[in-house]
Ligand binder design. Structure first.
Ligand code: ADP
Ligand code: ZN
Ligand code: ZN
Length: 776
């Protein structure tokens, strides 16, 4: 007898387990066959529910899976979809759920098509019905020549027929086009179809793709974009990737290349080699860099075999792309992190561009890291992984140093031979003591005046992860820190106190600087709008600049609408002199030839975030944004304003000196016990009722301590439950418990049994974040 493991499609907090159902011999009521990856209808608790088949096995009578009572075994009613994933997808979902301690249903859901799956909806009391997803295929009706077209002579008075026939003789076209030109055409079309003059064909329309002929069928065929001769660094990187791919063992190649060193060209040629070997490729790009230009570089080389997948596309567009991938016609997928789970088969290469980006970590269940999933998939598929960045993550650098299957290739120079722009650090504490109260230093104001009045462009970065407030002395730059954790203390408005989010240390907020006695203690966190207003005043007053020079502001507010991001970038590109002012989102992938000045308004705000990755993020951000200047003929310059001119991440970034940064950072990570020296799991507890949240958190802490004592051992620790840095978010109170384990320990398998057996609380949520990207 065939038995299926089925994961019910019911959102759950608890770690769910598959249910066993019998597979009917004739596949049940429907026309679709029951296979791994299908959505199926199953009886469940007196009603019917949707589930996904994640395994099918043959069982002899009596050889039942453990714990199965054959008397209670129920059968699958029928399949309600074709398979969404295969055995490999099912294995990946299981692995994700164990590795990231997440409900299996949430993991399986990653593999289902955009626009949803069939679901059961309650129609009225006690009655449920099956609802198909609203998003599906759309067809266009095309009018194409029929066998009788050549000889056909329309009757004199059949004017519309004559017009249609004339149009179709010029080439096939859509019914909608005919209707637009000649009005109602369905009558005459029917007549013509009956006589064999035309045929009506239903053809799949791909939403979001240019209508018309596919690129590969255009006159003369598709011409791939020209390949430049590779620099010697690029050639070495390509050779390393090809070799890793041919060893088919899931090896990783880090392309450690400065901004503008031509990493994308390396990816393109490595993908081409994978395609030539009959394999496919998946390219992950941070969501924000998935611009038409980026996609264009891949389509320009590989034509319409490229599928694209990101969240700014409509559901219909994504559904069509997903289906295009499933059809096997797509050979290259370019997308955000979730593109990993599209039905691309025969994977030879996974490329992760800007691999240091925080957006590769999902912040809801399953909290996976795309880099780690990619490595798992590549091992299984006999593929290779390419990681690219100008600022690789410390974890990746560490793996390259320690793990023989991780390789590092450096591209230390820009592909066009131009030097990296010079970076100057401006000490804002000095500006302040010299009497300046402006957020723009003298040096930055002068540089803006020079560049803008000469018709060139500037990019200004407001470094802002606007939530964690901290105190800063505007006179001496002092920021209160925790005496035992060497991270800055977070300022809490309510109660006017400072707290350490690592150990719970708490003091009243001082009214004067404890270091120099100055009363100018500022609560930090200025918004982009405020900066824009001040900048407008500055530009208007600057001779040779004035009110005609536009400021394009890019932040969460101005980019929320569909296509807004792209529109703002186009506006900036089209202007002569202009300033692009924005948050972190402008640091990535912008390639404007005429940007000659990059300014960082406040390089250190992130440095003050009470998080172990704060220094690394600051270093990355300055390095990345500096790379936006002087990309073409004109030389660029970079001004970094900071109250922490001596901080290692800032000095190191200004000198393009990663070794200097690591020499400062790594000993701290080792001493305080953070990655890459330990593994972390962050157990999050949240809910509306603060005392309840606190109670659950402290109970969990006891359970975690026990689990770690019993199954962990030396090098394991559980930190006390504390409120998160983001202690209250949208009315929800958040607490967390950090678990640390030796770097090679399997932290998930020690914590998994605890969370498997835990009963979910009614009003308090609990989730585990394994390998958290931050502890905020
Ligand atoms: P990165 O991704 O490393 O920031 P890009 O791939 O965007 O760099 O390349 C920067 C610029 O250099 C692009 O305009 C690209 O077309 C060009 N480029 C890349 N490789 C070469 C090469 N071998 N010779 C000349 N130009 C190149
Ligand atoms: Zn502390
Ligand atoms: Zn001070």
């Amino acid at each position: 007898m065939k038995l299926a493991s089925v994961i019910l499609d019911i959102p759950t907090q608890a770690l769910d387990a598959p249910y066993t159902y019998a597979v009917p011999v004739d596949d049940g009521e429907g026309d679709l066959s029951i296979e791994v990856g299908c959505a199926v209808l199953v009886p469940f608790g007196g009603r019917r529910a949707i589930g996904f088949v994640i395994g099918i096995g043959e069982h002899a009578e009596g050889d039942w899976p453990e714990g199965l009572d054959p008397a209670k075994l129920k059968g699958i009613v029928r399949a309600v979809s074709r398979p969404y994933f295969d055995e490999e997808g099912a294995a990946c979902a299981r692995w994700l759920s164990e590795r990231y301690i997440a409900p299996l249903s949430s993991c399986v859901r990653l593999f289902t098509p955009p626009g949803g799956v069939p679901r059961m909806v309650r129609a009225r009391e006690g009655y449920w019905r099956l609802e198909e997803p609203a998003v599906g295929e759309v067809d266009d009706r095309w009018v194409v020549p029929g066998p009788a077209l050549a000889q056909f002579e329309p009757r004199k008075n059949a004017v519309k027929q004559a017009s249609i026939v004339a149009a179709v003789r010029r080439g096939e076209l859509r019914v909608a086009e005919l209707a637009a030109e000649f009005g109602a055409v369905s009558g005459p079309l029917k007549t013509l179809e009956k006589q064999g003059v035309v045929r009506i064909e239903h053809r799949r329309r791909m939403r979001g793709m240019q209508p018309g002929e596919p690129l590969s069928e255009q006159a003369g065929g598709f011409t791939p974009s020209p390949k430049p001769p590779l620099t010697s660094g690029q050639a070495k990187a390509l050779a390393a990737i090809d070799a890793a791919r041919q060893r088919a063992a899931g090896e990783v190649v880090l392309v450690d290349g400065v901004t503008g060193s031509g990493k994308t060209e390396v990816y393109l040629q490595a993908i081409e080699a994978a395609l030539d070997a009959g394999r496919t490729a998946c390219v992950l790009v941070p969501e924000i860099s998935l611009t038409p230009q980026t996609v264009g570089r891949f389509r320009g080389r590989f034509g319409d075999t490229v599928a694209v997948m990101h969240s700014r596309m409509s559901q219909g567009e994504r559904f069509d792309q997903w289906d295009f991938i499933r059809s096997g016609q797509a050979r290259v997928v370019v997308g955000a992190r979730s593109a990993l789970f599209t039905p691309l088969t025969n994977l030879g290469l996974i490329v992760i561009d800007e691999e240091h980006e925080g957006s590769y970590k999902q912040d809801s269940a399953p909290r996976y890291h795309a880099r780690d999933v990619a490595v798992w998939m590549a091992r299984r598929a006999g593929a290779a992984v390419v990681l690219g960045s100008a600022t690789p993550s410390i974890e990746t650098l560490y793996a390259c140093a320690k793990d023989p299957t991780w390789h590092q290739v450096a591209l230390p120079e820009r592909a066009n031979g131009k030097p990296l722009p010079e970076v100057r650090v401006v000490d804002m504490a000095k500006e302040f003591s010299a009497g300046s109260r402006s957020m723009f230093s003298g040096a930055l104001s002068r540089a803006l005046a020079e560049e803008l009045s000469a018709g060139r462009k500037a990019v200004l970065l407001l470094n802002q992860r606007g939530f964690a407030k901290f105190l800063l002395c505007r006179e001496c730059g002092f920021v209160p820190e925790c005496p035992s954790c060497s991270t800055s203390l977070t300022y809490h408005e309510r109660g006017n106190f400072l707290i350490c989010h690592h150990c719970g240390y708490r003091v009243p907020a001082p009214s004067v600087c404890p270091e120099c006695g100055s009363p100018y203690l500022k609560k930090f966190g200025a918004g982009t709008q405020r900066v824009e207003a001040d900048l407008r005043v500055l530009l208007d007053e600057t001779p040779g600049v004035g009110p005609d020079v536009p400021i394009v502001r890019m932040d969460a507010d101005t980019t929320s609408g569909k296509g807004a991001h792209q529109r703002l970038l186009e506006e900036f590109a089209a202007a002569d002199a202009a300033v692009l002012l924005g948050t972190q989102m402008i640091a990535k992938g912008l390639d404007f030839e005429d940007v000659t000045l990059v300014g960082v308004i406040n390089a250190d705000t992130m440095l003050k975030l009470p998080d172990y990755r704060a220094a690394e993020r600051t270093f990355d951000l300055i390095e990345q944004v500096a790379g936006r200047a002087g990309r073409a003929e004109l030389p660029g310059r970079v001004l970094v304003q900071t109250y922490e001119a001596d901080a290692a991440p800032i000095r190191a970034a200004a000198a393009y000196d990663r070794a200097l940064f690591l020499r400062d950072e790594l000993p701290k990570r080792r001493l305080l016990g953070y990655p890459p020296y330990v593994s972390l799991a962050n157990v999050l507890v949240w809910g509306k009722d603060e005392p309840e949240v606190r109670r659950v958190a402290s109970g969990l802490q006891d359970e975690l301590e026990k689990a770690v004592r019993d199954f962990g051992g030396e090098g394991w620790s559980v930190l006390p439950a504390t409120p998160c840095v983001l202690a209250k978010l949208r009315g929800t109170y958040r607490w967390h418990i950090v678990v640390k384990a030796p770097i090679h320990a399997d932290i998930s398998s020690v914590l998994l049994p605890l969370f498997r057996h835990r009963k979910p609380e009614k009003d308090v949520n609990v989730a585990v974040d394994v390998d958290p990207d931050d502890l905020l």
